[in-house]
Design a protein. Structure first.
Length: 340
């Protein structure tokens, strides 16, 4: 299937995290033909109940090209103009899947072997697919991970530290607040303390940041709130030990709970000659792989600034360039066995 048509076919399948089966079934059928024609081995690998990763290898893999099949909600189908393909997942990361498949076809046509494709579920939520793959590595020495970096090789990626903050109070009529205790007030005080915390900076990755993503709680304007919750996320550039201590102290001071939900460390990544570079603030599956699939590289077509938005799209020119970039990277790593 032609590159743009394959991208649109993938986008037109709703594969919101947890419901990836339609795109897994489509890709399994599509890749089966590629495997048959070139003596590859295609597997569905269970990652979670009714959720499979896909692994296609041609010989014993030295280089693995990998990205994720799931998308964030809400789903919307594809459209196309002269310059872009639009739709949910077009740049994050179904255009990348299509580019990697076409790169594999280019490599096979030139006689290359000993490389693989690995497409995983769950990256947008908890890296379920990458965690499952990490438990059964296949000997790959290099992992080319695809995320939208505008086809620039990422020198590093910020980490993630996510909390749910839970405050509990005592119900009372709002005309007599002294008879109760507002969970919302406690939560707001804790959030003010946490927002005032100093955040570290890294010379490559830049400044750590904090986002207060959700706040909810209370029952009515005339009732003192008995519960309130907030979800917050730090984008990390260094070891989180000191930050964890400070969040715990703020929670203790305001008598709330700080429940750690997710942690991925900040990472510094590898370079290859001839590729322009960047630094990204978003999280990826690379920490979940934990080196089990080889030394990681991070690169892909599309811009993260339109991913997860109603304007998600991918430039056609970058899709075409990505095919050549992935092929060249794989050939270099296969030929040298090590990065330059």
């Amino acid at each position: 299937m032609e590159l743009f048509a394959l991208t649109r076919a993938l986008v037109d399948l709703d594969s919101t995290t947890g419901c990836e089966k339609p795109v897994v079934d489509f890709l399994f059928s599509h890749l089966s033909s590629l495997a048959d024609r070139h003596h590859g081995r295609l597997e569905r690998q269970p990652a979670a109940p009714d959720r499979d990763n896909l692994f296609l290898t041609f010989g014993d893999p030295i280089v693995t090209l990998s990205t994720h099949m799931d998308t964030v909600p809400p789903y919307f189908s594809s459209s196309e103009d002269d310059a872009h393909i639009h739709g949910r997942g077009s740049c994050d990361a179904k255009g990348i899947i299509a580019s990697m498949i076409h790169s594999a076809e280019s490599l096979l046509a030139s006689g290359a072997r000993n490389f693989a494709l690995l497409f995983v579920v769950g990256e947008e939520r908890d890296s379920a697919g990458a965690n499952a793959a990490a438990s059964s590595p296949r000997g790959s020495r290099f992992l080319i991970n695809g995320e939208p970096t505008e086809n620039r090789l990422a020198l590093g990626s910020k980490g993630v530290l996510r909390y749910e903050l839970v405050a509990r109070g005592k119900l009372a009529h709002s005309a007599y607040p002294e008879l109760g205790h507002s969970a919302i007030h406690s939560l707001l005080d804790a959030l003010a303390d946490i927002r005032a915390l100093p955040l570290p900076c890294d010379p490559v990755l830049g400044q750590s940041t904090l986002n207060v993503g959700t706040i909810r709680g209370g029952r009515a304007p005339n009732v003192v709130a008995d519960e309130a919750r907030s979800e917050i996320m730090f984008r990390l550039v260094s070891d989180p030990a000191e930050l964890r201590l400070r969040v715990a102290r703020a929670a203790q001071l305001r008598k709330i709970e700080a429940l750690e939900v997710l942690f991925n460390p900040a990472i510094h990544l590898n370079t290859l000659d001839g590729l322009s570079t960047t630094v990204v603030a978003f999280a990826t599956d690379i920490p979940a792989f934990n080196g089990s699939w080889g030394r990681p590289y991070l690169i892909g077509p599309g811009s993260i600034h339109v991913a997860h938005t109603a304007e998600e799209r991918i430039p056609k020119r970058e899709l075409l360039d990505a095919v050549a970039i992935y092929s060249r990277m794989a050939r270099q790593l296969l030929a040298t066995g090590q990065p330059s």
